[in-house]
Design a protein around this ligand. Structure first.
Ligand code: HPA
Length: 237
């Protein structure tokens, strides 16, 4: 396959080596509008908007991933394989499994646990229970967060295929058996794709709700926490 791909209409070189991926394509637009200069849009297919611009003079792209592993699996694979992208950093939200996490905390995933068949189905050979981010990229993120004076929590996260479980308390078993401190729906597939394509991936999350306390953030409050995470992600440019 070559470019354009079935899902991305960008031309060669339209996309930077570093791509930040929120789940929501409109969030990608807001990030481009708010933080980037010299912005061009490189994708509108399926409204999965993607933009390239500069941050402090450095080229960076931002594109929606959609929700769930099939969606981020398609976009991240095409970016890595056909568009020469080297690094993808997912910037998302998560639900806390650990009572030690507070709403708006910023997490850096150092492992993704999943029941998903994504990795096994994609390659047949790789680890099918845990996938991992790039150690080099995580080190850079940690160092930059420290420079920016933004505290982050590292840990295993759960990449779930299901948002609405019949039994929400299932999370307790996953927390216990896999030490997953929070849940989201994409990182496991992203980390796998980076591994099989020899590229780099990482995942930054802000806590938007807690399965322990049942609290959830308001959209306005979420914006604040999001800004902290964005500063860290953009510092990679
Ligand atoms: N479950 C799955 N994904 C999520 C959640 C959740 O509770 N919160 C934010 N992303």
């Amino acid at each position: 396959m070559s470019i354009p791909t079935p899902h991305i209409e960008a031309k060669k070189d339209d996309i930077a080596k570093l791509v930040l991926m929120p789940g929501d394509p409109l969030r990608a637009k807001t990030i481009a509008d708010t933080y980037l200069e010299n912005v061009t849009q490189f994708n509108t297919v399926r409204n999965m908007f993607g933009y390239t611009g500069t941050y402090k003079g450095k080229r960076v792209s931002v594109m929606g991933s959609g929700m769930g592993m099939p969606s981020i699996g398609i976009y991240s694979f095409e970016l890595f394989t056909f568009y020469g992208v080297e690094k993808i950093v997912r910037i998302g939200s998560c639900g806390a499994y650990s009572k030690d996490l507070k709403l708006y905390d910023v997490l850096l995933a150092d492992c993704a646990y999943s029941e998903s068949s994504y990795a096994k189905t994609q390659s047949g050979t790789y680890e099918d229970t845990y996938t991992y981010p790039s150690a080099a990229l995580n080190q850079q993120i940690e160092a930059n967060a420290e420079t920016l004076n933004i505290p982050i929590t590292k840990g295993t996260i759960h990449s779930s295929d299901v948002f609405y479980r019949e039994n929400f308390d299932d999370y307790k078993t996953i927390y216990q058996n896999h030490q997953a401190i929070a849940v989201e729906m994409e990182a496991f597939a992203l980390f796998h794709n980076a591994a099989v394509t020899n590229k780099q991936a990482a995942c930054l999350l802000t806590v938007s709700d807690s399965l322990v306390t049942k609290e959830a953030t308001t959209s306005e409050e979420r914006q604040n926490a999001f800004t902290k995470m964005m500063e860290i992600a953009l510092s990679l440019a």
